[in-house]
Design a protein around this ligand. Structure first.
Ligand code: ADP
Ligand code: MG
Length: 386
């Protein structure tokens, strides 16, 4: 791929090549003039024609100066695809317009945005640079998502940075969250089974790749389409980490009361923090799915935190799960000692052994016609607002 540097007297053509860690621009593969590190500290700006949205050039900051590299739209598109998620881009407004707000939280603002060239809708997670840990939350989410591709894990599109915020562009999931679904729907057992299986598939893949999510909860599980339970994705990787790096950021709060494993909420206990914290959280979700009641609740946030801190599984709690097979599964996922707690693969194998017909009656049309969610206008209205 070639690009051009425009000079006063003459233009100069350069070859663009890539290796694992850098984009190299030079007269040949041997003669690299600009070596641009493919990491999130690198900022790339784009020039786009306002008439037809064709890419015209990209620029880098080189010795405190903007250096522009011109090329054909298709060449630049290939460059962009090669580096997106590995570096940050500037000027999100060149590529997207905001079309609505989805959610605003303490740390982040989630908006609905639309691509100016393809008209497709995406979600944008904006982290205010002035809030604590925003850089870390941004880097975690982007670094992890760029390494992961799985049907039950959100897809990262690209990352931007402007003066006041970091912005993460993600595929847009229009089906609402599992927490909304649990609040408003009475799910049938085959729907519950397929939901459980997909959550475990996502966690299993994440753990296999060497990551811990650290905030598994119904709010962080979204359905791709309204009423289609066979297509969900795990989101929110801001506080996720590599299994081996987890002790570096012990000051950061992670987890959400109601879903926190004993070893994470009682840090002083003897248990080591590992990927098993995700299994405990997942066990709490499965309990909620099967019984319609939260495993751990409280009248206010302090009470909820306290109840989570002193939580201990007993027979009375377990008996609310009617299916004896599931009772065993959940009890194995909620064991205090993480060494004894089963892992995601074992949980999936266990479900297989239970001989649950997870693969039948999952056709979308079948679900839509029988779906109880379809009969709940409140939930539908709520989702429409997103
Ligand atoms: N890709 C997406 N598509 C649709 N809605 C989303 C998407 N990502 C996040 N949301 C909505 O925004 C909420 C917060 O997003 P999340 O990534 O969990 O941020 P936070 O770190 O603030 O919890 C989610 O619970 C969901 O309702
Ligand atoms: Mg979240």
């Amino acid at each position: 791929m070639y690009c051009t540097r425009k000079h006063l007297l003459f233009d100069k053509s350069y070859l663009i090549t890539f290796n694992q860690d850098s984009m190299n621009i030079g007269e040949s593969t041997q003669l690299t003039k600009y070596s641009i590190p493919l990491k999130l500290e690198t900022q790339i700006d784009w020039k786009v024609s306002q008439e037809d949205f064709q890419l015209e050039a990209f620029s880098i900051n080189w010795r405190n100066e903007h250096r522009y590299f011109y090329a054909d739209h298709n060449v630049l598109l290939r460059v962009k695809n090669n580096i997106c998620g590995k570096v940050v881009f500037k000027n999100i407004d060149i590529f997207y317009k905001t079309i609505g707000k989805i959610e605003s939280r303490g740390q982040s603002l989630i908006s609905k945005i639309q691509g100016l060239d393809d008209d497709k809708v995406y979600a944008c997670k904006e982290l205010n640079k002035h809030k604590p840990y925003s850089k870390k939350l941004f880097e975690n989410e982007v670094e992890i998502l760029k390494q992961i591709s799985h049907q039950n894990i959100i897809n990262l599109i690209e990352a931007f940075e402007n003066e006041n915020s970091y912005l993460i562009v993600l595929e847009y999931l229009r089906g609402g969250s599992l927490s909304q679904c649990l609040k408003y729907c009475k799910l049938q057992i085959d729907q519950i089974e397929i939901i459980i299986k997909q959550i475990l598939e996502a966690i299993s893949h994440l753990h296999e790749k060497g990551f811990i999510h650290r905030d598994i909860k119904p709010d962080n599980i979204l359905f791709c389409e309204l009423g289609q339970f066979s297509n969900l994705k795990l989101i929110d990787f801001g506080i996720s980490c590599k299994i081996i790096n987890q002790d570096n950021d012990s000051n950061m709060n992670f987890g959400t009361p109601g879903y926190m494993a004993p070893e994470i909420i009682n840090r002083s206990n003897q248990y080591r923090i590992s990927q098993k914290i995700d299994i405990f959280s997942c066990g709490a979700i499965i309990y909620y799915l099967l019984t319609g009641s939260k495993l751990i609740s409280g009248l206010n946030s302090q009470e909820l935190y306290q109840n989570n801190k002193v939580f201990s599984l007993n027979n009375q709690i377990l008996q609310r799960i009617q299916d004896p097979n599931y009772r065993v599964l959940v009890s194995k996922m909620l064991i205090d000692d993480p060494e004894q707690r089963i892992d995601a693969k074992q949980a999936l194998n266990y479900i297989q052994l239970m001989n649950i017909p997870v693969n039948i009656s999952l056709s979308t049309s079948l679900h839509c016609s029988q779906d109880p969610i379809q009969k709940l206008p409140d939930f539908k209205q709520l989702i429409r607002k997103l």
